[in-house]
Design a protein around this ligand. Sequence first.
Ligand code: 4NP
Length: 159
Amino acid sequence: MTRVLFVCLGNICRSPMAHGIMGHLAERRGLSARVEVDSAGTAANHTGAPPDPRTVATLTRHGIALVHRARQVTDEDFDTFDLILGMDASNLRDLRRRCPAARAHVVRPALEPVGGGDVADPYYGGPQGFDVNYDQLSAACEGWLDRIAAGSVVRPPVE
Ligand code: 4NP
């Protein structure tokens, strides 16, 4: 079982989108039993909130349903998850600051399989930002699932 946590700032726009896409693609590829997916935010201000309506609309347009309520990243997450995937450089900075050294290898850019870079914060922009997020995250999730299927995700640091 590979446990994957997607992380953005608020856990209402980008990380729930990735969460929904990853679950959907895992199911489509017959990998559901091998992947567990969740999402969280580095900040707590939207705790308990459903995903942003623009994220829900984007997912729905692609036939993806997601039930989730926003939560903040916890200390326990760093032990529980095999991959903690930050959406942008700021999320990754916050995650790395909190992550115990022995677990540093689990914190990675969400877009790593497609060459890295940021999933831009779409919150204050127009709906097209969510479409860009969707395309980037779909490609990245396919790449993560390729690695999970190949059993090549967990690379602990060289001692
Ligand atoms: P997310 O987007 O990090 O992708 O969930 C944001 C959601 C809320 C805020 C910023 C970004 N906010 O400032 O409240």
